[in-house]
Design a binder for this molecule. Structure first.
Ligand code: GLN
Length: 605
């Protein structure tokens, strides 16, 4: 999640080395930053709600033998920052402690900050005060905290630094006169360390210059936007959301309605989506996959990359990869500012529980959200169901960074946990693209199709000039990577394991304490901050959502009956006030204003 790093040297640390470590940490989050460095007058801590590069230039650590840093993707406690300080201890932490509120009940000292990381600092202070062995601290922290903890705890008055993790997102490089740690292996390799170890539960204690002086802390904070809005309840506002019943004609076999783009019904009332359907949830023998991955297995270190959104399918996929396939994966997450807090917490839960490293590539979240905002403003001027994809275009860089992660880890095998029943032809259908029933998942799109798509979209963009804004490059380049990067060495887990909803939900919730949403009963796409909003629009205007397409596929697979599907979507299509509000808050848009415009869009029925 965040990037943490540090250098401990016999002489002044090299600025160029520090730059390599900081630059890589920045890839993992850049909402704010912090540094700790040693000076003759003691340890100085500087924190800023700015980029780590800004802080590095501003701070005077040229002569320091010890420098630690944090490049943060803020998940908890907007007004606090890392390193977190309590008394004589500082902590830099990557991960989310999902039970931190609960833990405070068992800590005798008072909570002073909002950030989850503070419990680690409080436990450390308590531990030292009780005169306990420092080595036992790691086990204590890890046994109490749920969720990823990959951290460094500094005790300047003892001349010690301790590092440990419960998921392996921490590496230590050592040479004769220098030690460096980082959230990932790659920057340490770049620095030329030949001796690199992954640090897990067994803590590593490093000597740092002893200092009797108190920690000197300074903050630079100017942020005005709340980039981690909380879920809220407001009955008055929620009442603005409409949920009209309708009596659309539906397919007699599945539940797709007549407003579905390109739908037609035969004389029995069966739709073309049903007629063209080829069952997808019929797994091949597992043994085939075992054979296919055999050449990629390694005796030590990671052997595959698991693209990991934190949603139910990638979470269950990870479970299978570790527990059944017995591989040693690293997860990869792209955070573009629309991963919900719940999604982030579920990533943290799964990685901690399975002891799996998480490589996160976090974009410039404020910028990405600004991009969505200008596109939503343009959309609201000329609402068009085929243009909703403009609001989710920013996440396509996910595909570009798969390649970054392959390069940086030197691992080529990708194992995807993509749900085979998740096909949403209608999104492009509303733009005028007919469904391609043979389409394969994830990595398929030809030139011709792209050109056709871009032409239609360009035409729709002309209806609202606001679309021609600075985000266009981000959209187009993301789509380019999505469609045209050469894809190899990948397999789909659900081609070999049947996708079974009850089993998946049960496993995740019971074995991993996986969190579900407060405003819906579905477990699908609850880690995606955009889904509640666009499904609201689809339902209101067209009378169906993604859920109708998904449940229809389940009917065709013989998994559920038509009656069950109708009942399920009646519940799943209900407007999700809390998440729609979160989405608009994150974009800095007014809920009532936006919803009033959406409510006025002419219906397709
Ligand atoms: N992304 C992270 O690893 C976040 C660390 C910590 N939970 C914070 O908010 O600072």
């Amino acid at each position: 999640m965040c990037g943490i790093f540090g250098l401990v040297s016999g002489s002044a640390v090299k600025a160029s080395n520090l730059k390599v470590l900081a630059e890589h940490a920045r890839q993992r989050g850049r909402d704010s930053s912090g540094l700790v460095y040693e000076t003759p007058a003691g340890y100085v801590i500087e924190r800023a709600d700015k980029d780590i590069n800004w802080l590095l230039k501003r701070t005077n650590h040229k002569k320091s033998r010890v420098v630690f840093g944090h490049s943060r993707l803020i998940t908890n406690g907007l007004s606090d920052n890392q390193p977190v300080v309590r008394e004589d201890v500082f902590v830099i932490h990557n991960g989310i402690i999902v039970n931190h509120e609960e833990l405070w009940k068992h800590i005798s000292s008072k909570r002073l900050q909002q950030i989850d990381t503070e419990v680690i600092a409080a436990l450390a202070v308590e531990h030292v005060k009780q005169g306990r062995d420092l080595n036992e601290l790691a086990e204590k922290v890890l046994s109490l905290c749920k969720g990823v903890v990959a951290c460094a705890i500094g005790f300047p008055k003892l001349g010690k630094l301790m590092i440990f993790s419960n998921n392996g997102s921490l590496y230590l490089g050592a040479s004769q006169d220098e030690k460096a740690f980082s959230s990932e292996r790659y920057p340490l390799e770049k620095l030329g360390f030949s001796d690199i170890q992954q640090v897990r539960r067994e803590p590593v204690v490093i000597d740092i210059p002893l200092s009797a002086a108190d920690l000197k802390v300074s903050d630079f904070s100017k942020r005005r936007n709340n980039i981690v809005p909380a879920l809220q309840s407001n009955l008055q506002e929620a009442a603005l959301l409409e949920y009209p019943e309708h009596h659309l004609r539906r397919c007699t076999k599945c539940i797709l309605p007549e407003t579905m783009p390109f739908i037609d019904f035969d004389e029995h009332g069966v739709c073309n989506y049903c007629r063209a359907y080829k069952p997808r949830n019929i797994p091949k023998p597992k043994e085939e996959l075992f054979k296919l991955v055999e050449p990629y297995r390694r005796s030590t270190g990671i052997d595959c990359i698991v693209p990991f959104s934190g949603g139910r399918d990638s979470c269950y996929g990870l479970h299978l990869i570790v527990k059944e396939l017995k591989m040693n994966p690293v997860t990869y997450t792209y955070d573009w500012g629309m991963v919900t807090d719940l999604g982030r917490r579920n990533i943290s839960r799964m990685c901690a529980e399975l002891g799996v490293e998480n490589i996160i590539i976090a974009d410039d979240i404020e910028k990405k959200r600004r991009n969505i905002r200008v596109n939503l403003q343009a959309w609201l001027k000329s609402p068009h169901l085929g243009m909703i994809s403009m609001l989710t275009a920013g996440d396509k860089h996910f595909f570009r960074h798969v390649e970054t992660v392959k390069k940086q880890t030197g691992v080529s095998l990708n194992l995807w946990g993509v749900n085979p029943l998740e096909v949403t032809h209608f999104k492009a259908g509303f733009l005028g693209i007919p469904p391609d029933f043979d389409e394969k998942r994830v990595y398929m799109h030809g030139w011709q199709k792209q050109i056709e798509y871009q032409k239609l979209r360009f035409k729709a963009m002309l209806a609202s000039p606001g679309y021609f804004n600075s985000s266009l490059w981000d959209t187009l380049s993301g789509e380019y990577y999505r469609s045209f990067t050469e894809k190899k060495d990948y397999y789909h887990i659900f081609d070999y394991w049947r996708w079974d909803e009850a089993l998946i939900d049960g496993t995740l919730i019971n074995q991993y304490d996986w969190e579900t949403a407060i405003d819906t009963n579905t477990t699908w796409r609850i880690g995606d901050g955009t889904a509640a909003f666009y499904n609201y629009i689809y339902y209101l205007v067209a009378g169906f959502t993604e859920h109708d397409t998904f449940r229809s596929n389940q009917i065709r697979e013989g998994d559920i009956s038509r009656e069950q599907a109708l009942e399920l979507v009646k519940d799943e299509n209900r407007p999700r006030y809390e998440n729609i509000k979160w989405y608009l808050d994150a974009l800095g848009m007014d809920f009532a204003e936006v919803i009033k415009v959406v409510n006025k869009i002419p219906r397709l029925y």
